[in-house]
Design a protein around this ligand. Structure first.
Ligand SMILES: Cc1cc2nc3c(=O)[nH]c(=O)nc-3n(C[C@H](O)[C@H](O)[C@H](O)COP(=O)(O)OP(=O)(O)OC[C@H]3O[C@@H](n4cnc5c(N)ncnc54)[C@H](O)[C@@H]3O)c2cc1C
Ligand code: FES
Ligand code: FES
Length: 1287
């Protein structure tokens, strides 16, 4: 059992969250303290509770978020600061953030900014964009650096501070919980053997090496477990079972560190954190030439997982896992480290060379042997060593290619005496290109050697085109590029070192020198600008003020209750889904025989168990609740198992056997012959035909889908607690499946740990199954999906292929556009129709194109149904627009900002769907963005930088956005609210919207507060439920504040009218006086409010009517730097100017802008879903699917809310903000494209070129064509089966 399960299920401490169960998100971070028997002191470590076996915690103290402070008693400063700095939106990641920071402060109460950034390498947040978390925690840093690099504050109406750090509770390290003395005493006593026997596993913690060796000889198949970061994953996700586990964590020989003449010997159980500390110390103390290998290891450790993993993972674990993409093994191998192994009868010393890994995940150890230690050698004069790692994301990511490179020169010369290169990611094991190494011996370190090495590596480091992991040409190119970096690095050292020997070696050319630099990014700095409330606004009127999210403090203490935090009902059962492993097949049979033998299993649920209708679907009834005869995607839900625990249910679900008759699946967008060039009838002198593919995106809300269904036992009543954006639709479809009227089903939503569209309709597929199961077993049933299940079954953002023909004049003016969108809809319609429709409504982005023709196709495929995702097709439509815009600029040779500016709409222009643009503010946003980003100066600096750097290039781009606000299905533009005033004057507010972190409830309280003229503290929102406000629209389309805000306002107006006579009668009375007087006068103090957006309704046939209530606008500018050799990029600067009307709450709005921007950054530069040719999702968790992390924040980030731009179409002149800023991240994509353009020009390439989204390091590298890419051409398409296909 993991510590997390123990905390949450056994102790009911639900503050610690489950986000992934694989050490990849940090939501489960807790602090573990123990007396370290070898270091002889108490150590505090942040660890992932989801991977920590409870058995491993003997003698440890565990501190969780619940234990360090509460709202009612005392907040801990780390809890207070993240909340007040607006660093908690949905709050699901917040406890993990709090505990990472708490642990850092326990070890170091005055950390540096680098320490703080390092502490968060293992924590993910999908909402905030990270900036406010760092900003809040910067206040603990030794040197306070708020990075206010833009100062426009002479204008008193402009503010840049959203909280007051001077009011924060000071940190007082003397007040922390002490390490329990009884544990200290126990820890100092000699260890003794311990055994824990579970249902399926025997855990033995031997106390001496002899005991361990005896046990290993007795149980040769047993597994040694130290950090469990590998074994834990294997048991959870790969279904492996290790019945005997030996835990050597306390055996002194395995934990010792010895300095010898040859190097440093580390016991195999030493953690990576300890390894880092010892090596850092050695580097500081020893002559630099001795520590070349140590420095390389430290560089690898900088990017090795997050702190939580490094704190527990052992060196031996990394070696013995024998992973082909291990970060340390190539370094150990290139350094020729020595390994000592032991068994009961034998002690061996093995050289770590390629004989050590005889095959995939195999080592030379015998079953009865253990790895005792590793010796890492010193280097000597004339020896140079480097290590490199290239991964999709810089922080906490596994490598694509990783390597160690070691060269020794003949004394006083540049002639190679020995060279050892070792690569990971290029074969099923870590490999040494022996032929290349041999060839280079005796050569001088010059251009000829480089050429020979590259030619030889290109021949030797080959991969079959269908190699697992894909990216074959990129991986091959990387081996050359990384060698080139090593070559230049060594060349530079030789030039310096051999000077003393009077040997002349040419130094690296200045324009090449950046290729030798290690990755470095400055600490981020930022500024946020917003408009002050008008002078004279009452201090009790909070509208327009940056007040904190009302749940933020509870979220920071872990007291906020999410669906799975609801205490278990006494007779509750757990559900696990049975899903299809085939993309397209007839179901022939289902065998539950073996599953039935799993302990605790209570029932199975299949289609025949559905009491009502099996037909379902949020917009069209084209789906089934449970697949009956046919499955149409991998992950299609076929049935479910209900058992006493989640572990039992999941174990049983995995052994249900389904036999299939397979059919051919369709996975990719089928680009048919329907792409027509209707535009050719116009006489165009200049036109471009182009194409861009925009990959899909996983929502990756930190809280996965969860439902608790509680049958009420009479009249078919059922209460559902759900993490959903759509309470009413859940109610309706559950009622349909159960065959009861909707009035028997109550759906309740307290809050979600993020939604982003992913819980707008797809949450229902789980809720319905859970409800059917609960109705069958007549007991409460709960299911929170594991991250891999959630990613598998729920679908994501639609991948789009955009094909276009665009006609332009040589001046850059665009005159005609024909565009066709193909969206991969997956196996059902879901919301795809409206998504493609919205893409079409945004096909011209913000540009006035006189002649436009757009066509959209929903492509039905055998993938899980794709669905709503922040932007809802709009970003894809606009992304295609910016692709043709970039093509035109490149074709005309005019700077892209000029071409964009000249084509922008103006006030009063008509869109292609005949909507007049009124209160059009893009021009204003554009000018402010150019101005405060210093665009023109930046442009000059970028050009100068690019002239001086051959292998590092910078790029710049400025991009507008115009986003239509309203549901395009007119009927959804309605909302309701219910307001009760109680006799003590407190107000209970409910409305149709759900809270998923976006601050909707906070804004609604602000609206009600102004409307009723009472402080926010008197108003409370408990939850959203279908029995208080009926027939609600999903919380989506960015319109929830507009719609629900007006409904709340209307309800408040009704109540105010009822209270008016009592106010008149007693003008000096208080709110409570009036409420009481009205009550005794028998006045109804409850009112509901309703709102529908007026004058909406676009007609495609007549191209008339208003599609949108209004538009939100924004402009952003970004500057990036790319490493042309690896494809790695960093965003140096982003300025966003966003028109949100008169902001209801600038802190929440800026939080939405920054969070959406970072999500867009993930969409356009990082996040990639890989599907096998058979339609199976290969990227099912944070280990494989990378969302942006702390390290991806722009170095400088500036957000300005446009001032003086009221909007007369929404509540209190505000504007929608949830989705529109997502597209602002396209400026990063096009800045990357700009940088690639500069790199290509070095190879004589110019003009338009295709760059698909996301612009990953692979795509960037492949687009920067050069002498190295030429040596690694891709295989001919169609000649092989790729590992993954583009969908
Ligand atoms: C989120 C996450 C991120 C990661 N990031 C990286 C990364 O960036 N780079 C990277 O290289 N790896 C990474 N890993 C992989 C993993 O963390 C490392 O391989 C780690 O070093 C394993 O150590 P452990 O103590 O946790 O191993 P365990 O899971 O405890 O054991 C791993 C294996 O080693 C065996 N073993 C351990 N010690 C001995 C011994 N003394 N003798 C014999 N066999 C032994 C075990 O039996 C088992 O088979 C990551 C893992 C996770 C979960
Ligand atoms: S839940 Fe443990 S790291 Fe994600
Ligand atoms: S606030 Fe971080 S995931 Fe929602």
């Amino acid at each position: 059992m993991t510590l997390l399960t123990y905390l949450r299920r056994k102790l009911g401490l639900t503050g610690t969250k489950l986000g992934c169960a694989e050490g990849g998100c940090g939501a489960c971070t807790v602090m573990i303290s123990k007396f370290h028997p070898h270091l002889k002191c108490i150590v505090h470590h942040a660890v992932n509770a989801c991977l920590a076996p409870v058995c491993s915690l003997h003698h440890c103290a565990v501190i969780t978020v619940d234990g360090i402070g509460t709202v009612a008693s005392r907040l801990h400063p780390v809890q207070e600061r993240i909340a007040k700095a607006h660093g908690s939106q949905c709050g699901f990641c917040t406890p993990g953030m709090v505990m990472s920071m708490y642990t850092l402060l326990r070890n170091n109460p005055e950390p540096s900014m680098v320490d703080i950034e390092e502490a968060f390498q293992g924590n993910l947040c999908r909402c905030t964009g990270y900036r406010p978390i760092l900003e809040g925690y910067k206040t603990f840093a030794k040197v306070l650096d708020f990075g206010l690099w833009y100062c426009a504050l002479e204008d008193p109406t402009v503010l840049n501070q959203m909280y007051d750090p001077s009011k924060f509770i000071p940190l007082d390290p003397t007040q922390e919980v002490i390490f329990p003395p009884e544990l200290l005493n126990l820890g100092k006593q000699p260890p003794r053997q311990m055994k824990f026997k579970g249902e399926r596993v025997l855990w033995i913690q031997p106390s001496t090496l002899t005991e361990l060796l005896d046990l290993k000889s007795h149980y040769p198949e047993s597994k040694l477990v130290v950090g469990n970061t590998e074994v834990g994953i294997e048991m959870k996700f790969k279904n492996l079972l290790y019945p005997v586990i030996l835990a050597p964590a306390y055996i002194s020989e395995l934990n010792s560190v010895q300095h010898t003449k040859q190097g440093i010997v580390f016991g195999a159980a030493c953690t990576l954190t300890l390894l880092g500390e010892v090596l850092r110390d050695a580097v500081a103390k020893l002559p630099t030439y001795q520590t070349e290998v140590f420095k390389a290891i430290l560089e690898q450790l900088r990017w090795f997982a997050g702190k939580q993993i490094r704190n527990v993972a052992a060196i031996g674990g990394n070696i013995m896992t024998a992973s082909p993409i291990s970060d340390l093994n190539p370094v150990f191998m290139a350094a020729a480290c020595k390994l000592t192994t032991m068994s009961k009868d034998e002690r061996r010393v093995l050289k770590m060379d390629d004989n050590f890994f005889p095959g995939y995940r195999k080592t030379a150890l015998k079953p009865e042997e253990i790895l005792l230690s590793i010796e890492i050698p010193y280097t000597k004069k004339g020896q140079y060593f480097s290590a490199f790692k290239q991964s999709p994301r810089q922080e906490d990511d596994i490598a694509i290619v990783t390597c160690g490179m070691n060269v020794v020169f003949k004394e006083g010369s540049n002639i190679v005496e020995k060279i050892l290169l070792s690569f990971g990611g290029m074969a099923p094991t870590t490999v040494i290109p022996k032929t290349t190494c041999k060839k280079l011996i005796g050569s001088a370190w010059n251009e000829k050697l480089l050429e020979d090495a590259c030619a030889s590596l290109a021949e030797e480091m080959v991969l079959p085109p269908s190699a697992p992991g894909g990216m074959v040409p990129y991986r091959r190119t990387l081996t050359l590029s990384l060698f080139f970096k090593f070559y230049l690095t060594v060349k530079h050292y030789l030039a310096v070192d051999l000077q003393h020997e009077n040997v002349t070696v040419e130094d690296v050319k200045p324009d090449y020198s950046s290729a030798t630099e290690l990755f470095h990014k400055d600490s981020p700095s930022s500024v946020q600008l917003f408009q002050a409330v008008p002078p004279g606004q009452s201090s009790e009127d909070f509208v327009g003020r940056p007040i904190m999210h009302l749940s933020a403090l509870k979220q920071a203490t872990g007291e906020a209750v999410y669906c799975d935090d609801i205490p278990c009902y006494e007779n509750e059962l757990h559900l696990a889904l049975i899903t299809s492993t085939k993309a397209h097949a007839h179901i022939l049979s289902i065998d539950t025989g073996e599953a039935m033998t799993v302990p605790g299993v209570v029932a199975f649920v299949f289609a025949k168990d559905i009491p009502g209708s099996n037909i379902t679907g949020p917009a069209f009834y084209d789906e089934s609740v449970l697949a009956e005869k046919m499955v149409t995607c991998v992950g299609h839900i076929v049935g479910a198992v209900v058992a006493d625990t989640q572990a039992h249910a999941q174990r049983a679900a995995k052994v249900v056997k389904i036999t299939y008759d397979e059919l051919k699946p369709i996975i990719s967008i089928q680009v048919s012959t329907c792409f027509t060039m209707t535009i050719t009838s116009l006489s165009l002198s200049f036109y471009i035909i182009g194409e861009i593919h925009i990959g899909g995106q996983e929502h990756f809300y930190l809280e996965t889908n969860c439902t608790v269904a509680v049958p009420k036992g009479e009249d078919g009543e059922m209460e559902l607690f759900v993490s959903t954006q759509t309470a009413s639709k859940t109610q309706a479809l559950v009622a349909k499946a159960l065959g009861v009227p909707a009035n028997r089903i109550v759906c309740r939503v307290k809050r979600m740990g993020g939604g982003f569209g992913g819980k707008e309709s797809r949450s229902i597929i789980l809720s319905t199954v859970v409800a059917v199961a609960a109705s069958k077993v007549k007991r409460p049933v709960r299911c929170m999906l594991d991250r891999d299940e959630d990613m598998l079954v729920t679908g994501g953002r639609h991948p789009f292929l955009g094909r276009y023909k665009v006609g332009y004049m040589t001046s850059g003016k665009i005159i005609a556009l024909d565009v066709t969108f193909y969206a991969n809809a997956g196996n059902s319609k879901d919301l795809s129709f409206s998504i493609v429709e919205r893409a079409l409504f945004h096909m011209e982005n913000s540009y006035n194109i006189p002649h436009v023709c757009g066509t959209g196709y929903m492509c039905k495929t055998n993938l899980p149904s794709n669905t709503a995702f922040r932007g809802f097709g709009g970003p894809q439509g606009m992304m295609v627009a910016e692709s043709w815009m970039s093509d035109v600029a490149l074709a005309c040779g005019i700077p892209s900002y000029e071409v964009r500016r000249m084509n922008l709409y103006n006030e009063g222009d008509l869109t292609p769907f005949n909507q007049r643009l009124e209160q059009f503010t893009i021009g204003k946003c554009w000018e402010e963005c150019l101005d405060i980003s210093n665009y023109m100066k930046r442009q000059g600096a970028v050009e100068e930088f690019n002239r001086q750097h051959r292998w590092t290039k910078r790029g710049l781009s400025i991009i507008p956005t115009k986003f239509g606000i309203s549901f395009t299905s007119v009927f959804l533009n309605q909302a309701g609210a219910l307001v009760h005033i109680y006799t003590d004057g407190s107000v209970l507010l409910t409305h149709g919207g759900t809270e998923m972190g976006q601050g909707l409830h906070t804004k609604m309280v602000q609206v009600a507060s102004r409307a009723l003229g009472i402080p926010c503290s008197k108003i409370f929102i408990s939850e959203t439920s279908t029995n208080t406000v009926a027939n609600t629209s999903p919380t989506a389309a960015s319109a929830s504040s507009d719609l629900n805000g007006m409904a709340v306002y209307n309800a408040c107006q009704t109540l105010l009218q009822r209270l008016e006579p009592y106010k008149v009668k007693n003008p000096k009375g208080s709110w409570e006086d009036w409420v009481n007087a009205a009550y005794f006068d028998r006045v109804n103090l409850s009112a509901n409010g309703f709102y529908k957006t007026p004058d909406l309704g676009y007609n495609f046939d007549s191209n008339s009517g208003r599609a949108f209530n209004y538009f939100s606008y924004g402009v952003s500018c970004s500057e990036v730097e790319i490493d042309c050799l690896t494809g790695r990029q960093k965003t140096l600067h982003t300025t966003i100017v966003m028109d949100v009307g008169k902001s209801l709450n600038p802190a929440i709005d800026i939080g939405q802008v920054e969070g959406a921007f970072m999500q867009g950054l993930g969409l356009f530069t990082l996040e990639e879903l890989h599907y096998s040719p058979q339609g199976s999702l290969l990227t099912r968790g944070p280990g494989m699917y990378k969302i942006p992390a702390f390290g991806d924040i722009p170095v400088e980030l500036q957000v300005s809310l446009l001032r003086d731009s009221p909007n007369d179409k929404a509540i209190f002149s505000s504007k929608a903000v949830g989705e529109p800023p997502l597209f602002m991240a396209a400026s990063v994509f096009y800045a990357i494209k700009d940088a690639i353009t500069a790199a290509r020009s070095e190879s004589g390439l110019s003009g338009p070129f295709r760059l698909d989204s996301p612009a990953t390091s692979e795509r960037i590298r492949n687009a920067c064509e050069d002498r190295f890419t030429k040596l690694c051409p891709p295989a001919e398409p169609g000649t092989y089966t790729p590992w993954a296909v583009r969908v």
